[in-house]
Design a protein around this ligand. Structure first.
Ligand SMILES: *[C@@H]1O[C@H](CO)[C@@H](O)[C@H](O)[C@H]1NC(C)=O
Length: 265
């Protein structure tokens, strides 16, 4: 009984000794447009760090591994070997995410996490402009479709934690129906009606806590849709046909009059 108790105390003690702490930070972003070829960079460097809970434990070696792509980052140790750090000199939105930090100590390995948060940004090659100079409210050049054509509206946003996406149409929640459906964050309209024209807004939100303060970050992307008649191309043709018809009428009338005057003479 006594041995069991002692073992339990020892185990608890050692797990406590091998706990860790890790940093949470967020990218300082002043714009919201990013793409694979031109990832958006933050204005400030970021240092992620990890340390053993127990200040007596020195680190032998340490590395950070990004969860999303398993990329490894060799950590630097503080002079007292109590803190492992890695600094991104010019972090981009691609550096946001969860990092496993693996600390090797004389008492065993410590695995902990560090986080780099990023507010939602648009991640696309599409062209977007800022709506009335607002960095986090973007609009795309509008789409025009013919009545009966399908429409696909995407909301290509990135962020960490993964943003939650909601769509509105002309300021009200988008009404889904048999023809208007959602596939992930994409709106699909099977066959455009005139009533489908309007401003579609994608609202992407994520939330994170830093230093005890929770921030809710929003990005709005507007997409204008215009629906025109499927017979639009017929109108110029109609005008041409009517003109031709009138011309023929005029010619026939003139010929007729000519003949009449000739026969009189
Ligand atoms: C570890 O180092 C970073 C960067 O120098 C510092 O901000 C952080 O407070 C340190 N953490 C601990 C537990 O000492």
């Amino acid at each position: 009984m006594k041995t069991v108790l002692i073992t339990t105390v020892l185990l608890l003690g050692s797990t406590h000794a091998l706990g860790g702490r890790g940093s949470s930070s967020s990218l300082a972003l002043v714009a919201a447009r990013s793409s694979e070829t031109h990832p958006l960079h933050a204005t400030d460097p970021i240092t992620i760090w990890c340390a053993p809970d127990n200040p007596q434990v020195a680190i032998k070696s340490a590395q950070f591994v990004r969860t999303s792509d398993n990329q490894k980052f060799e950590a630097a140790l503080s002079p007292t070997k109590k803190n492992a750090t890695y600094t991104f000199g010019s972090p981009s939105v691609k550096d946001a995410g969860e990092y496993k930090c693996e600390l090797d100590t004389p008492h065993g390995k410590i695995n902990h996490k560090a986080y780099i948060y990023s507010r939602p940004v648009v991640h696309s090659h599409e062209h977007f402009t800022e709506h009335e100079g607002h960095e986090f409210h973007l609009e795309s050049t509008g789409t025009t479709v013919e009545k009966g054509e399908p429409i696909t509206l995407t909301c290509p946003v990135n962020g960490y934690p993964k943003p939650v996406v909601k769509w509105t149409k002309d300021g009200s929640p988008l009404a889904l129906s048999k023809s208007v459906t959602m596939e992930g964050t994409t709106v699909k309209i099977e066959s455009a009606e005139y009533t489908d024209a309007g401003t579609y807004s994608c609202e992407a939100v994520n939330e994170y806590s830093l230093h005890g303060k929770t921030s809710k970050m929003l990005l709005v992307v507007d997409k204008m849709v215009d629906v025109r008649s499927e017979f639009q191309w017929l109108y110029p043709l109609g005008v041409i046909l009517i003109t031709l018809f009138l011309l023929v009428c005029i010619i026939v009338t003139c010929e007729f009059r000519n003949k009449k005057s000739v026969s009189k003479v």
